[in-house]
Design a protein around this ligand. Structure first.
Ligand SMILES: [Ca+2]
Ligand SMILES: [Ca+2]
Ligand SMILES: [Ca+2]
Length: 287
């Protein structure tokens, strides 16, 4: 009985791995699009991102952020929630809605650095994104200001000046769908464009970019996910080819209604479907 108890304890800890997990990651690249019809600027390596309409009428600013989802989450996982957090470093804006929209084309972050304050950007370097270019100086956006989904995936309230601190886009069905899509099809992961919803909103915001030297100020994406259901053929976790000991251990757990016998990760009391799943994997000689 003691050995059975030990098996169940050990399986319970394995089973926990199938429950939701959470990761928080910083962008793999970020940049700002500065509205201009000629002589566009950029800020690939600068420590700030800008969003909104400048108070001096110098045009709109949009921020681009991309996250390497596939490097952070196991393939086959199911995304449960996703929320984006940016930290304000300067705020000249009225209360406004900040939209988060999925970018539909790839874009670049090169070494241009507009420094401080950075609100006008600086001369782009080859590979930088600008209002006109996905990759300066050779590749243009289809639409100046960036190609992105017409409906935002998420929105949040941008506080009015002079409020600073953190701004969070809470999890939404749109954000979850984007992150799931990027996990399942990494080649289509071009990140989000952050913009102010109304062009009548006056006053831009300055956020810290991933390039700031203070890690706690960088943009973060927090993702809750459920890893794929693990293979259960080696049910007693002994290693090697699944054998009769695994069948014994599985049925002991299944008859007792123990959670580890829910080998198809369907939740609830183990049932006939779990027996099918177990034997599929067992007869295949493991996974
Ligand atoms: Ca950057
Ligand atoms: Ca075994
Ligand atoms: Ca089940």
């Amino acid at each position: 009985m003691l050995s059975r108890t030990l098996i169940f304890v050990s399986l319970a800890s394995v089973s926990l791995a199938a429950h939701a997990a959470t990761v928080t990651i910083s962008p793999s690249k970020d940049n700002t699009l500065y509205e201009a019809t000629i002589d566009p600027t950029s800020n690939g390596a600068g420590v700030y991102l800008f969003v909104g309409n400048t108070i001096r009428g110098a045009g709109e600013r949009r921020a681009l952020l991309a996250f390497d989802i596939a490097a952070a989450i196991p393939a086959g996982s199911t995304i449960q929630s996703a929320s984006l957090r940016l930290t304000l470093s300067r705020n000249n804006g009225d209360t406004s809605i900040g939209t988060l929209s999925r970018a539909l084309a790839n874009w670049g972050e090169a070494a241009s650095d507009a420094g401080d304050p950075g609100g006008q950007g600086t001369t782009p370097l080859p590979g930088d994104a600008t209002w006109l270019h996905r990759f300066f100086p050779t590749t243009l956006w289809s639409t100046p200001g960036g190609d992105f989904a017409p409906s935002p995936s998420g929105t949040t309230t941008l506080p009015s000046a002079p409020t600073l601190g953190q701004v969070t886009w809470p999890s939404s069905s749109g954000l979850v769908a984007d992150v799931q899509h990027w996990l399942d099809a990494p080649a289509s992961n071009f990140g989000w464009i952050v913009a102010a919803a109304s062009t009548s909103d006056i006053g831009a915001r300055r956020f810290f970019s991933r390039n700031t030297t203070t890690p706690s100020l960088r943009p973060t994406l927090t993702i809750e996910f459920t890893p794929p259901c693990p293979c259960a053929a080696d049910f007693d976790n002994s290693g090697g080819t699944p054998d009769a000991g695994d069948i014994d251990a599985f049925f002991i757990a299944w008859l007792a209604g123990d959670a580890p016998a829910d080998v198809d990760c369907s939740g609830g009391t183990p049932d006939a479907s779990d027996i099918d799943t177990f034997f599929e994997d067992w007869l295949a000689g493991g996974c």
